[in-house]
Design a protein around this ligand. Sequence first.
Ligand code: BJW
Length: 269
Amino acid sequence: MSLTEFIADRSRCKTILALVGAGLSAGSGLDTFRGAGGLWNNYNAMDLATPDAFERDPCLVWQFYAYRRHCALKAKPNSGHKALSQLSRLSLDPESRLSFLTLTQNVDGLSARAGHDKRALLELHGSLFSVKCTSFECAYKNDFNMDDPLVPALSVPDSGDYLPDPSLSPEDLPHCPRCKTGLLRPGVVWFGEPLPFRVIDMADEFIMFKKVDLMLVIGTSLTVWPAAGYVDMVKSRGGRIAIFNTETSSECEWSVEGNAAETLPKALE
Ligand code: BJW
């Protein structure tokens, strides 16, 4: 179906779910994970994005996330982030009779910075700006740490490149301000870790009890679970799917090809 038909149908939908991936923030200059130039094409995810990798080499992992935080802080939300944020604010008006929820796999904080209503935004894979203590006895967590660098040893070179320093020692890394001894870790969800239970519960509740009319699947390869599974959950309950991606898809009612930062604002206007 065409974009014009999508726009007409969209305005009649009362329950909309958006699933967001790295392709949305590609329009703000941030790297995706897969495909040409993707992070996992250049770096091994098993060395950087698993709890074992952090245990083996916290210095390497922290330097990777310090670089990612730095890039995310420099980036600006694009028109695609803003279009979703407008939809979230429209849903606050009871007269709109719109229920809307964004599930973002992105950890870059750009949707929140675009003004997305926080109650309608679930960060499935955590956030680059969240840190938590690794000590078993300490439950310290800070979800809004925007310091850049987090500690002097994690400053990113002026060139802005990711250049890990092999001479860094674990003592140089951020430590817990509460227990004083525990090493902090990035509050993102690594491979093999469960997604935050509260987030999973809220996403499941929205899909199971609200009857989603339309799901916007934006800039994601749908390779990572459980996020990818939400598409079939919505489909099996009769919801229709619109995919916004640089690649065309035949697995949906609408496939809107192109840069989501440009196509999404047109589709949601
Ligand atoms: C554009 C564009 C533009 C480009 N405009 N479009 C079932 C089956 C098989 C495997 C599993 C399974 N269940 C669990 C697993 C294992 C695993 C998994 O899914 N593995 C797969 C790789 C096979 N999942 C997990 O381990 C998850 N945990 C879990 O399931 O726990 C269970 C458990 C329960 C109880 C106890 C213990 C465990 C956790 C997954 C965590 C994923 N983490 C990462 C890193 C986060 C931190 C960080 O950022 O570093 O999340 S991996 C990475 O992939 C990141 C992303 O959020 C995620 C998804 O990537 P995304 O967003 O789709 O990006 P890309 O690059 O893949 O795609 C970009 C797309 O955009 C492309 O399609 C482009 O075409 C497009 N595009 N430019 C529009 N301008």
